[in-house]
Design a protein around this ligand. Structure first.
Ligand SMILES: *[C@@H]1O[C@H](CO)[C@@H](O)[C@H](O)[C@H]1NC(C)=O
Ligand SMILES: *[C@@H]1O[C@H](CO)[C@@H](O)[C@H](O)[C@H]1NC(C)=O
Ligand SMILES: *[C@@H]1O[C@H](CO)[C@@H](O)[C@H](O)[C@H]1NC(C)=O
Ligand SMILES: *[C@@H]1O[C@H](CO)[C@@H](O)[C@H](O)[C@H]1NC(C)=O
Ligand SMILES: *[C@@H]1O[C@H](CO)[C@@H](O)[C@H](O)[C@H]1NC(C)=O
Length: 409
């Protein structure tokens, strides 16, 4: 989980994102999730007051956060859409992609994934699903054959914002590493859709020796806890999306980590506010420092500590759009956009496919997306989509799945 605000730059094929304090959006997000997916047992009552106060603050503060346009880099290197002639292992008998899903129980978008995997040979990919303990996938509850019996048998109950989330990610990686043919490891949410066909996704990630991990230094972030010293020093503290694509080497580092993870369990916790809490959220160091959301820091920080940042593309392959929508009364504005039936158009997908750079306002950095040394379009997956949206997209998949994003306008 992470918080960004993004918007399409008009015609420029870019996305601008602004990171802000997670706490600000907690209440809105929890409310939305609570209605959309009751599996997440979040307690959000205590955040009502805080959310209101912080949102008022944010409405003012945001004016300063939106900086200059992302596309002012005068970057004219062409985006490459073909993988022909590139030197990387195209022997799909030897290298598999591992698709690792985090879900509560059902896989709402199974119709799209079924279509996606249908055209792939079984030896080219593996699927792992972390669902709530005891839940198993069968013909009775999913139409996607690739999901059947792919649930982890040692899954745990995941609480949003708790270390259980990163524990579940590690369980998925540990399981996926059992298959020596798995070479790239995608962490995906149950509201995620693929933007391209398998071949394109395969070539994209295999053309690079790097992992794709959204990672940056947020100077406004106060989630670092000094008690993590000396295991985690503050200069190694990173933030970013939990939706990563990892090389086997990095998957092994994360699954085998026995020092940084325990430190997160002990010292990175979200705060529980009592309903009677009347403090000022902006002026209380104690609360700020101890409100920590493990999954938006763990993988990034671990890779930094291990000195592996030279081996990552510092961005996520999974698109999410964050929006402040005044029409969502009672949700205090900020929330990740859920693409519903009405939004599920080829045009929407093509706009996402066409994005070529991401602006990190907090670091004054524009990330021009590349893989294997070639400029590429940024995203292979997108979230969050509803089941109804998936049913609408399934009829239009042919119009965007194998499309050349350069032609999409
Ligand atoms: C791919 O690898 C498999 C297993 O090692 C091997 O049998 C096959 O001949 C290879 N195919 C190509 C085209 O290199
Ligand atoms: C979990 O156990 C079931 C039944 O033994 C098995 O079919 C399934 O493959 C297991 N899941 C994984 C991810 O190995
Ligand atoms: C917050 O509450 C949950 C259960 O509601 C508990 O497991 C967790 O330890 C609490 N966190 C802190 C920091 O007190
Ligand atoms: C911060 O909040 C905690 C818990 O509500 C309280 O005990 C502490 O006194 C507060 N500190 C300041 C500086 O307001
Ligand atoms: C997959 O998409 C690529 C373009 O990204 C296209 O060239 C190719 O023909 C597609 N493959 C299939 C099997 O549809």
């Amino acid at each position: 989980m992470f918080r960004i605000v993004s918007k399409f730059a008009s015609g420029g094929g870019s996305t601008e994102i602004t990171w802000t304090r997670r706490t600000v959006f907690l209440q809105a997000d929890m409310k939305r999730k609570a209605t959309a997916s009751p599996r997440w047992r979040w307690k959000f009552g205590g955040f009502l007051l805080m959310g209101t106060l912080l949102t008022l603050f944010m409405l003012v503060h945001l004016q300063t956060l939106f900086g200059p346009d992302a596309s002012d880099g005068a970057n004219t290197v062409p985006v490459v859409t073909s993988f022909e002639g590139q030197q990387f292992s195209l022997n799909r008998t030897k290298s598999k992609l591992a698709f690792m899903f985090l879900t509560g129980h059902n896989m709402a978008l199974d119709i799209l994934w079924n279509q996606f995997f249908e055209e792939v040979e079984e030896h080219e990919y593996s699927v792992y699903i972390h669902a709530r303990p005891g839940y198993s996938f069968s013909k009775g509850n999913t139409i996607c054959r690739s999901f059947i019996n792919r649930q982890l048998n040692n899954s745990i109950l995941v609480e949003w914002g708790e270390a259980t989330m990163i524990r579940a990610e590690r369980l998925l990686l540990t399981e996926a590493l059992q298959d020596p043919l798995n070479q790239r490891f995608f962490l995906l949410s149950d509201s995620c859709i693929p933007l391209y066909n398998f071949t394109h996704i395969y070539n994209y990630v295999m053309s690079s020796q790097k992992s794709f991990v959204d990672s940056f230094v947020d100077k406004n972030d106060d989630q670092y806890n000094i008690l993590m010293e000396p295991v985690i020093s503050e200069d190694k503290w990173r933030k970013g999306s939990q939706w990563v694509a990892l090389t086997r080497k990095h998957a092994e580092v994360i699954a085998g980590d026995s020092t940084v993870f325990p430190s997160f369990v002990d010292h990175c916790k979200k705060i529980n506010l009592s309903d009677n809490w009347k403090g000022d959220p902006m002026n209380n160091e104690t609360i700020g420092r101890h409100n920590c959301i493990p999954d938006e820091h763990y993988i990034q920080t671990l890779l930094a500590i291990k000195g592996l940042e030279g081996e990552i593309e510092r961005r996520t392959l999974t698109f999410s759009r964050w929006e402040n929508s005044a029409k969502d009364q009672g949700q205090n504005g900020w929330h990740p956009v859920t693409f519903k039936f009405a939004d599920a158009t080829v045009q929407t997908i093509k706009e996402i496919q066409a994005i070529t750079n991401v602006r990190y306002e907090i670091e004054s950095r524009t990330e021009w997306c590349s893989a294997g040394g070639h400029r590429r379009h940024c995203f292979l997956f997108a979230r969050k989509f509803t089941r109804a949206a998936a049913f609408r997209l399934i009829d239009q998949v042919d119009q965007y799945k194998s499309s050349d994003p350069d032609l999409a306008e």
